[in-house]
Design a protein around this ligand. Sequence first.
Ligand SMILES: Nc1ncnc2c1ncn2[C@@H]1O[C@H](COP(=O)(O)OP(=O)(O)O)[C@@H](O)[C@H]1O
Ligand SMILES: [Mg+2]
Length: 234
Amino acid sequence: MFRQKKTQHNKEGNNLITLMKPSSVISEEFRTLRTNIQFSMVDKKFTTLMFTSASPGEGKTTVASNVAVVFASQGKKVLLVDADMRNPSVHQQFNLLNHKGLTNLLTEEKVNIQDIVQQTVVKDLFVLTCGIIPPNPSELLASNKMDQLMDKLTNYFDLILFDLPPILAVTDAQVMANKTDGTIFVIRNGVAEKNNLYKAKELLEHVHANVIGVVYNDKKRSSESAYHYYGVEN
Ligand SMILES: Nc1ncnc2c1ncn2[C@@H]1O[C@H](COP(=O)(O)OP(=O)(O)O)[C@@H](O)[C@H]1O
Ligand SMILES: [Mg+2]
């Protein structure tokens, strides 16, 4: 139903360890992360999840993309949406073109979801790239059109993951925390500052975000792997 785009597809994504090295320790960590996410949401409706962090460069896009791969490889029909309209990069992870995307679906009348969503090299994994960077991302994400789009997308996909900008920079992640079933907060070793983490926590609490877990990225201990997930009690 969703068309394979004529793009510069390479065989693998740029950074997708779960695709390039599925048997590696880190890929195993991502599968554990998947299990933990499923356990965190065991009693709840669980269709939309978003990824944010306090600051840029903490690994939101990397984590969201790999989580998307491991859920799709379990047979779920997954859509990864690049809702970081400030610094979109999901298309690069999957070597897709970004001529059209989320902004087209939010700002144009006669556009079909099927014509904009792109298939990836991973079976059951689809990507909605950002499209042209708009001047008003927060407004677009807060719009009724976004609610309607999310409703429609849930008819096509079992799981929809949203990659968001850092929460301290702009309101986008707060806006989306309110519209999604759960939030995963990514903290990168050596990048995240303690004060910023407190501020981020306050901002998430302020909008009653359902933070289901924290991914501690880039943990530098050779005996342990790079990604750690901590469930958050609600
Ligand atoms: N655990 C990690 N080890 C090494 N490099 C990483 C790790 N996590 C992220 N990176 C790299 O850091 C950069 C920023 O990651 P990205 O996922 O784009 O962050 P964000 O989306 O939060 O801005 C990318 O070049 C990515 O490849
Ligand atoms: Mg990013």
